[in-house]
Design a protein around this ligand. Structure first.
Ligand code: C2E
Ligand code: CA
Ligand code: CA
Ligand code: CA
Length: 281
């Protein structure tokens, strides 16, 4: 038993070591990756449940590091702890605005681009200026840019976070709360901050049609949002049954594998052109 314990420790040490090495490797390669255009955006459509049209796209970053495509869950936490999220986030914003502006100009399509913003970008990045510059240089109208913030960012209501949010709202940029329902349950910020949309977390959406409690939570979120004049989008919609429940509950928009996975730009543009705009009965 003693030996087994020692072995467990050794394995644990090795795992820690590998983790530390991988973290170091990521940190050392971030800047080279950014300079070498190795980061790419994938886009996942957001469908309006009243019209059936694609009205938005969430920009989700990936890292093409040689032949491996690294998922954001793997490198975003390291980018946050190292501060690299600030320049990376600037790139994501500029690239996102450029894409949505092109869809508007060249395809004649108004598609809101939803961009994930990390709490670190509020604290250490010059977010107002980054946003203003991304809008100015792309020519994207501000109402087509939506920033996805998490509840933890909003709970941390320092004067500077509040003033940044107010400036963004005054510029006409839209704000949505990501992963709604999973964070701290203070709803005070819904009243005080002029957010536009709640994004219902996938954990409540996934089994919506089979789970009475999830259904109750989702209905309650949608009802509350509507009373506060907020729109709702459900993420993680994988089946037609879930889609139909959401339509019954009068959810405004849906996003998930049922429609499409996050797609490379060219595939997203083909999806946009070919989506029939009809939802099943
Ligand atoms: P998130 O913002 O909650 O994004 C939704 C995640 O759920 C995405 O994972 C998406 O691919 C996945 N997803 C979408 N529909 C479905 C579905 O129907 N079923 C299932 N099982 N999953 C679905 P992804 O792309 O791996 O991104 C993971 C997280 O990484 C994001 O979670 C977000 O927190 C972060 N992230 C991604 N891009 C950025 C970025 O540019 N900046 C920052 N700060 N964070 C980012
Ligand atoms: Ca998101
Ligand atoms: Ca989310
Ligand atoms: Ca999430």
């Amino acid at each position: 038993a003693k030996d087994a314990g020692r072995n467990t420790y050794r394995l644990f040490d090795e795992a820690m070591n590998l983790h530390a090495q991988e973290t170091l490797r990521l940190r050392n390669n971030f800047q080279r990756g950014l300079d070498g255009d190795e980061f790419v955006l994938h886009l996942q459509p957001q469908v309006d449940l009243a019209s059936g049209q694609v009205v938005g796209a969430e920009a989700l970053v990936r890292w093409q590091d040689g032949s491996r495509l690294i998922a954001p869950a793997h490198f975003i936490p390291v980018a946050e702890s190292s501060g690299f999220i600030v320049p990376l986030g600037q790139w994501v914003l500029r690239e996102s605005c450029r894409l949505a502006a092109r869809w508007q100009r060249e395809l004649g399509r108004e598609v809101t681009i939803a961009v994930n913003i990390s709490a670190i970008q509020f604290k250490r990045g010059d977010l107002e200026r980054t946003v203003a510059e991304a809008l100015a240089e792309s020519g994207l109208p501000p109402h087509l840019l939506e920033l996805e913030l998490t509840e933890s960012t909003l709970l941390n209501q320092t004067e500077s976070v509040l003033s940044t949010l107010r400036t963004l709202r005054d510029q006409g940029v839209r704000l949505s709360i990501d992963d709604f329902g999973t964070g701290y349950s203070s709803l005070a910020y819904l009243k005080r901050l002029a957010v536009n949309k709640l994004k219902i977390d996938q954990s409540f959406v996934r089994n919506l049609d089979g789970d009475a409690e999830d259904a109750a939570i989702v209905r309650a979120i949608i009802e509350m949002a509507h009373r506060l004049n907020l729109r709702t989008v459900a993420e993680g919609v994988e089946t037609v049954e879930v889609l139909q429940s959401l339509r019954r509950f009068a959810c405004d928009e849906a996003q998930g594998y049922y429609f499409a996975r996050p797609l490379p730009v060219d595939e997203f543009e083909r999806f946009l052109a070919s989506w029939p705009g009809l939802l099943p009965g």
